[in-house]
Write a protein that binds this ligand. Structure first.
Ligand SMILES: [Zn+2]
Ligand SMILES: [Zn+2]
Ligand SMILES: [Zn+2]
Length: 140
């Protein structure tokens, strides 16, 4: 075999492996990392927008108390985690459980509640509508 043939053979092998491993990826796991923090669920971009919530302002992920994992939204957790969700109790509001998808900064629940829907680190705007769903994540 000529060396050039050998090279094309390896390139072919490489692409074959690539497509193969992509097919093996389960559809529901769209895990990615922001600044070292892992986000689970059905994210559709690197700012934690997901198949359920993806307006310009939907850039936060929430850490669930039950599994200690960040998900873009409540539905993402329901579809992927095979357990009932738990909410953070009032005594735990100093825990970091909100992730800014724009800069990767983690906010405590307390910080998030007084943030006026703006990231204290990068000043990205958060969806003010999220506060309608506080009861899904936090004790109210
Ligand atoms: Zn969970
Ligand atoms: Zn979602
Ligand atoms: Zn930020």
């Amino acid at each position: 075999m000529k060396p050039t043939h050998l090279i094309s053979f390896f390139i072919l092998l490489f692409y074959f492996n690539l497509t193969y491993s992509q097919e093996k990826m389960p559809k529901s796991t769209n895990i990615f990392q922001i600044e070292g923090t892992t986000v689970y669920g059905q994210s559709i971009d690197k700012q934690t927008r997901c198949v359920h919530w993806h307006s310009a302002l939907d850039v936060i992920a929430i850490k669930f108390k039950c599994c200690d994992k960040y998900y873009p939204c409540f539905s993402c957790h329901q579809e992927e985690a095979k357990h009932d969700h738990e909410v953070w109790s009032k005594t735990e509001f100093d825990q970091k459980a909100i992730l800014c998808g724009v800069c990767g900064h983690e906010l405590s629940i307390k910080e998030y509640m007084v943030s006026s829907n703006t990231c204290p680190n990068c000043e990205a705007s958060f969806n003010p509508g999220c506060s309608n769903h506080f009861h899904l994540y936090f004790e109210t």
